[in-house]
Design a binder for this molecule. Structure first.
Ligand SMILES: *[C@@H]1O[C@H](CO)[C@@H](O)[C@H](O)[C@H]1NC(C)=O
Ligand SMILES: *[C@@H]1O[C@H](CO)[C@@H](O)[C@H](O)[C@H]1NC(C)=O
Ligand SMILES: *[C@@H]1O[C@H](CO)[C@@H](O)[C@H](O)[C@H]1NC(C)=O
Ligand SMILES: *[C@@H]1O[C@H](CO)[C@@H](O)[C@H](O)[C@H]1NC(C)=O
Ligand SMILES: *[C@@H]1O[C@H](CO)[C@@H](O)[C@H](O)[C@H]1NC(C)=O
Ligand SMILES: *[C@@H]1O[C@H](CO)[C@@H](O)[C@H](O)[C@H]1NC(C)=O
Ligand SMILES: *[C@@H]1O[C@H](CO)[C@@H](O)[C@H](O)[C@H]1NC(C)=O
Length: 456
């Protein structure tokens, strides 16, 4: 089954106890020391660089371990940002090995091992981490290896390919890539959000207007189909057999984060255009309103009753990182964003037991106590929150005209498997797989999520 309540329960131990002051973010030195410990703790979840294990992935996919393929890609992004923000290069070789191992034969982040659960969002998360490496001049791979910018382009180009765009729901990307996968009939915000985000970033990095046009088209589609409403609420998705009118109204913070960062790039790419300034300001406000009650990150769809899946337990960190990067692209929003992120981070570190105990940060930040819940996502969240506080001391993302060194390839992605109409035999261990869980697939788990709108 796609969702295992028992696994979730097992990860929530009886914890509690008073918040302690193990960590501090009072000074730059404190932030760096705290982040270093959190990064080390996070890496305790990774065994891909040990004999017999697969580089790049966290233990999984379920049922072999807790984590789907995409979360490894997301984690390398958090660690690339960690290096950018703190200057600590301890993990750079592990990051590079991981990011290159998973590129797949088309050099486009579609490795055959994960075909049976491969979503546009899963591929997108790896692509966004490659883009991040290019934007920050993360050490370039040897010239015989694929390059960061070309990898991000490959992901984007495969997603822009006509094969992945059909007229159902008037456009937009489907969730899953191969036609035979569960969820191929679902068009969702995160798949389109990753595509929008990459398009906006590639436009700014390369100056190529084609990418910006795709980003505009995707934004317009999201609003026209109602996946983003007039208040900038972003909903999960809808089915093609219903013309995407059966919208699942669940709201997840990573959807806001991924669109917010893309909007910041469009704002910057358009030299601060009024249209993108308006959109960016409103999505930032909506994100704070929905996901930061009392200025503390809160995963509104699942946190109250701790019905979050492993995937959802990692969303807070992306939002913190992407809001922080937004302050470099749109300095007018810096004070507003950093005030929230600082308050949220203070709460986050109060959930950590701290010390060299490993795996020690919780998830319910607003309680300011360890809630007994731990895992790679929880750890990555706090690492991301803490390290992002250094954003003001770092260089903004580069472009190919402001010092970017990563080599691109306008034809990247052209050697990809198009999967057009082919039945893909599930590979071992993948039958139960799903990339990033979205809810309509979870039919039987409906009862677990009290907040969920019914009638789907
Ligand atoms: C795997 O990476 C971690 C983190 O960089 C490192 O501490 C460890 O020594 C590495 N293990 C191997 C076998 O290379
Ligand atoms: C695919 O799975 C095999 C078997 O587990 C593993 O040896 C290989 O490294 C994996 N490839 C990728 C790209 O993860
Ligand atoms: C811009 O990007 C598109 C899409 O990748 C590509 O077809 C085109 O050749 C690029 N134009 C330039 C000038 O690089
Ligand atoms: C599907 O929805 C779109 C709006 O998203 C609408 O323009 C179109 O007419 C609808 N198509 C059908 C067949 O109902
Ligand atoms: C932004 O401004 C620069 C410098 O004035 C100009 O070259 C560029 O075309 C502008 N970009 C857009 C998208 O208007
Ligand atoms: C775009 O980003 C740069 C940093 O790369 C920043 O200096 C500039 O002010 C931003 N543009 C706008 C309109 O805020
Ligand atoms: C940046 O990339 C674009 C598109 O490939 C190209 O036209 C432009 O010359 C590049 N600029 C620099 C400074 O390399």
């Amino acid at each position: 089954m796609l969702f295992s309540a028992s696994r979730l329960a097992a990860a929530v131990l009886v914890g509690g106890g008073a918040a302690n002051a193990a960590y501090s973010i009072a000074s730059t030195a404190d932030i760096k020391a705290t982040a270093a410990q959190l990064a080390w703790d996070l890496m305790q979840y990774y065994d891909g660089n040990t004999t017999g294990k697969t580089p790049g992935i966290l233990p999984g996919p379920p049922p072999q371990g807790d984590y789907y393929w995409w979360e490894g890609g997301a984690m390398w992004g958090a660690l690339i940002d960690y290096w950018k923000l703190t200057g600590d290069s301890s993990y750079n070789e592990v990051i590079t090995e991981a990011m290159l191992w998973q590129v797949g034969p088309g050099e486009d982040y579609m490795p055959p091992n994960v075909t049976a659960s491969l979503g546009n969002d899963d591929q997108g998360f790896w692509g966004m981490s490659a883009m991040l490496a290019a934007e920050n001049n993360f050490p370039d791979p040897p010239s015989t290896q694929p390059q960061w910018l070309a990898l991000a382009q490959a992901v984007f180009h495969t997603q822009a390919n006509p094969d992945r765009h059909d007229n159902t729901c008037n456009g937009g990307l489907r969730w899953q890539i191969p036609l035979s996968n569960n969820g191929y009939n679902y068009k969702n915000s995160i798949a389109n959000g990753c595509f929008f985000n990459l398009g906006a970033r590639l436009a700014r990095y390369t100056g190529n207007e084609t990418y910006a046009k795709w980003a505009e088209t995707t934004w317009d589609w999201m609003t026209s189909v109602g996946l983003m409403d007039a208040e900038y609420n972003i909903f999960d998705g809808g089915h093609v057999e219903h013309n995407c009118t059966d919208i699942n109204k669940a709201q997840f913070s990573y959807n806001n984060g991924v669109f917010l960062l893309g909007a910041a790039h469009m704002y910057n790419y358009t030299n601060g255009s009024a249209v993108w300034q308006d959109r960016l300001e409103k999505i930032v406000d909506a994100t704070i309103k929905v996901f930061f009650p009392d200025n503390i990150a809160f995963e509104v769809a699942c946190e109250e009753h701790m019905s979050c899946t492993t995937d959802m337990l990692s969303f807070k960190g992306y939002v913190h990182r992407w809001m922080a990067t937004t302050t470099q692209l749109a300095p007018i929003l810096s004070d507003k964003i950093m005030n929230v992120l600082k308050t949220s981070t203070e709460a986050a570190i109060a959930t950590c037991k701290g010390g060299n105990t490993g795996r020690a940060c919780g998830f319910k930040w607003s309680t300011k106590e360890f809630d007994g819940s731990f895992g790679a996502g929880q750890q990555m969240n706090v690492l991301s929150a803490v390290s992002s506080l250094l954003i003001g001391q770092t260089r903004p993302p580069v472009t190919n005209s402001t010092g970017g060194t990563s080599k691109g390839d306008p034809n990247a992605g052209s050697r990809s498997d198009s999967f057009d109409g082919k039945e893909i035999p599930p590979t071992a261990g993948d039958k139960a797989g799903a990339g990033i869980l979205t809810f309509l697939i979870l039919g039987t788990a409906v009862g677990t999520f009290g907040w969920m709108s019914t009638g789907v």
